[in-house]
Design a protein around this ligand. Structure first.
Ligand code: HEC
Length: 286
């Protein structure tokens, strides 16, 4: 308290001494802006290269940490009791374990919360592919009536008033003035670090033949193949972004059957083509 009074006195003294036409230089509270540190993302060795990400939002240690805090921040919801983490819970693989999500004031979504694992490989986000970048997507749940139901502008104003946030934004993006764009960028940075790549199945795919029991390996074959021996979801495996039509039932019809083999399932090599092309997240949508 004494030191606070002392500092206030000093500041008033400084202001008092300045000539009327001289600008008063108030030192930045946290000293000079320091560039954030690059975040080292560890991609599992058996994963393909991640899809290209927006170049104006590189991962930084400070940006990811801020995004993580925002992900658990309830002030972004109108009732101050719903955060991204309410529906994307880490202990449930970043889902909510419900058939249909519940947002502010008990509002019931028509859709199920999706896992947020491995979004670096997902070209289209949400069940209908409504967004293609995490930055664009993050605004949707904040503003949607059945999710957090608060305009991002209001959310940003609330963060600005919270003494914890201006310094964190300054460290991550070089300015204590919080913007909508930087809020979305931080959330997106955190989400890009949510990589799941060390399950027993992953270890099996990387060549560890004992990671799955023989019985589980039979289950893997059953799970990934049609009774006729072709891969399940053949369209997903062969479709390209150009041919992908996730909302039309015809997209579920296999046009080019893959070779009648399931050998890939038990080999350490990757499936013939990407198993997830962003298509077929859902055949029918509410
Ligand atoms: C009320 C529950 C709820 C809240 C809160 C919520 N989400 Fe979601 N999330 C969902 C639902 C439901 C979907 C599927 C939406 C759809 O298909 O339209 C989804 C989908 C997503 C996806 C797409 C994942 C994929 O694989 O395509 C991302 C990314 C995401 N949410 C991020 C967020 C972020 C970031 C926040 C906070 C700003 C947030 N969510 C808050 C319920 C929620």
């Amino acid at each position: 308290m004494t030191s606070q009074l002392l500092r206030l006195g000093l500041l008033l003294g400084l202001v008092g001494c300045a000539a009327p036409d001289e600008p008063v230089v108030v030192p930045e509270p946290d000293g000079p802006v320091v560039a954030p540190s690059a975040y080292n993302l560890a991609v599992p060795s058996n994963f393909p290269a991640p899809l290209a990400q927006p170049t104006d939002n590189p991962l930084t240690v400070e940006g990811v940490a801020l995004g993580r805090q925002l992900f658990y921040e309830t002030a972004l919801s109108v009732t101050s009791n719903v955060a991204c983490a309410s529906c994307h819970r880490q202990q449930l693989a970043f889902t909510d374990g419900l058939a249909k999500s519940i947002g502010v004031n008990g509002a019931r979504s028509t859709r199920s919360a999706m896992s947020l694992a491995n979004l670096l490989w997902e070209p289209r986000l949400t069940w209908d592919g409504a967004a293609s970048t995490l930055e664009t997507q993050a605004r949707i749940p904040i503003e949607k009536d059945v999710e957090m139901h608060q305009s991002l502008a209001v959310g940003v104003a609330r963060l600005q008033q919270d003494a914890r946030y201006p310094p964190l934004f300054r460290r991550a993006f070089g300015s204590s003035t919080i913007t909508e764009a930087n809020t979305l960028k931080a959330l997106a940075q955190f989400e890009r670090t949510l990589i799941s790549g060390n399950s027993r199945y992953d270890r099996f795919r990387r060549g560890n033949r004992t990671a799955l029991s023989p019985f589980e390996q039979q289950g893997l074959v059953l799970f990934t193949t049609h009774p006729n021996g072709t891969l399940r979801g053949a369209t997903a495996a062969t479709a390209t972004a150009a041919t992908c039509k996730p909302t039309t039932p015809s997209a579920t019809t296999a046009s080019t059957p893959l070779p009648p083999t399931w050998a890939w399932a038990l080999s350490p090599a990757s499936p013939p083509t990407a198993a997830s092309s962003g298509c077929l997240r859902s055949a029918t949508l509410p």
